[in-house]
Ligand binder design. Structure first.
Ligand SMILES: Nc1ncnc2c1ncn2[C@@H]1O[C@H](COP(=O)(O)OP(=O)(O)OP(=O)(O)O)[C@@H](O)[C@H]1O
Length: 303
C-alpha cells in the first residue's frame, strides 16, 4: 500500500495543442498541508479539478485513498471536501440556511452546521443574509460548506484570493488546525508563496503545467541558499575548492557558493583552513522564500 493519500502518475491535460498540465506526479501524504503553488495560468485549477473528477485527464492516473479515481469515483469523492473557484450561494438566504441546503444534499447530521460555523468563526453572523456578507465571510462560508461532512481530504483552490491581509491571516489560522484537530489532509493552492509558507508542511510548485519542485518547504529554502566566504587568499581558496569539486565563484572579494547544504559548507571551510588560509567570515545571504519562488517560476528555472 502506498503511503500517499493522493498520488498521480503522469497526470496530463491537453486542451487542443496546449498542455495545461504535463506529466504530473503529485504525492501528498496523510495529515499534510500540501501547498500547491504556481503563477496564474500554471495549471493549478485544472489539476485540482482533475482530482475532483470535474475535468477528465487526457492521460495519466489518479489514486486517492489508495484507490483509482476512475474506478472508485463515488466512494472517493464522498470523502473529499472542496472549494474550487468562487462558490455560489443563495444571497437571499442566511449563512446557516445556505449550509442547510448543502447538508440535506449530502445527508450529514444537523449539528455539523453549528460545528463548522464555529470552526470558521461565523457563528455570530449565521443569521445574516449572505448578500450582506463580505468577501472574507463568503470565503469562510465556502470553507464551512467544504467541511460539513468532515472529509478526510480537503481541496482548496486559492481560498484567500481577494482577501485583505487580516482575512488571509484568519483563513491561514483556521486551515492550520485541521490536520491535528480533525485528522484531515489539506491541499491548498496559491500563486503567492508567502500566503502558505507558514502553514504548508509540503509544497509542490507548478509552472507552465510542469511540477518543478515537490518537497518540504525547508528543502526549497536550503536548495537555493547563497553562502559567502571571506578568506585571506581568495585565488588559492578558489583553486582548492575547484580541485575538490566544490563549485564557487569570486564576487566582491568573496568566494560565493550556490545551493550548498551544510555538509558542503563545512567541507569547504575545512579544506581552506587545512591549507593554512584564514577564513574570516562565512555568511548566508538571506533571501526570502518569495524571492526563490519568483526566481523559479518567473525565469522558467527548474530545481
Ligand atoms: N476549459 C479550458 N479550455 C481551454 N484552456 C483551458 C481551459 N481551462 C484551463 N485552460 C488553460 O489551461 C492553463 C492552466 O489554467 P488553470 O486555470 O489550471 O491555471 P491556474 O494555475 O489555476 O491559474 P489561475 O490562478 O489563473 O486560475 C491556462 O493556459 C488556461 O488558459
Amino acid at each position: 500500500m502506498s503511503q500517499y493519500i493522493v498520488e498521480t502518475q503522469n497526470l496530463t491535460k491537453k486542451y487542443g495543442d496546449h498542455f495545461s498540465v504535463k506529466q504530473l506526479n503529485l504525492k501528498v501524504k496523510e495529515g499534510e498541508i500540501y501547498g500547491f503553488l504556481g503563477p496564474n495560468g500554471a495549471g493549478k485549477t485544472t489539476t485540482l479539478k482533475m482530482l475532483l473528477g470535474l475535468v477528465k485527464p487526457t492521460e495519466g492516473k489518479i489514486k486517492i485513498f489508495n484507490k483509482d479515481l476512475n474506478i472508485h469515483r463515488t466512494n472517493i469523492l464522498k470523502n473529499i471536501g472542496s472549494l474550487v473557484e468562487s462558490p455560489s450561494y443563495y444571497g437571499h438566504l442566511t449563512g446557516y440556511e445556505n449550509l442547510e441546503v448543502i447538508r440535506r444534499l449530502i445527508n450529514v447530521p444537523k449539528q455539523n452546521i453549528d460545528e463548522v460555523l464555529e470552526i470558521v468563526r461565523l457563528t455570530n453572523q449565521k443569521d445574516k443574509l449572505v448578500k450582506k456578507y463580505s468577501l472574507g465571510m463568503k470565503q469562510r462560508l465556502g470553507i464551512a460548506a467544504s467541511l460539513l461532512a468532515y472529509p478526510k481530504l480537503l481541496i482548496l483552490d486559492e481560498p484567500t484570493n481577494g482577501l485583505d491581509p487580516a482575512g488571509i491571516q484568519e483563513i491561514r489560522e483556521l486551515i492550520k488546525q485541521l490536520p491535528s484537530k480533525y485528522g484531515m489532509t489539506v491541499i491548498i493552492s496559491s500563486h503567492l508563496l508567502s500566503e502558505i509558507d507558514q502553514i504548508a508542511t509540503q509544497v509542490g510548485i507548478i509552472q507552465k503545467g510542469n511540477l518543478i519542485f515537490q518537497d518540504k518547504i525547508e528543502k526549497l529554502r536550503k536548495s537555493k541558499s547563497i553562502v559567502k566566504m571571506r578568506v585571506s587568499n581568495l585565488a588559492e581558496s578558489y583553486r582548492i575548492l575547484q580541485s575538490n569539486n566544490i563549485i564557487s565563484t569570486i564576487k566582491n572579494g568573496c568566494l560565493v557558493l550556490n545551493n550548498c547544504d551544510d555538509e558542503k559548507i563545512a567541507q569547504a571551510n575545512q579544506l581552506i583552513v587545512t591549507n593554512h588560509i584564514s577564513v574570516y567570515r562565512i555568511e548566508e545571504e538571506r533571501r526570502t522564500l518569495e524571492d526563490i519562488f519568483l526566481e523559479l517560476t518567473g525565469k522558467g528555472g527548474s530545481l
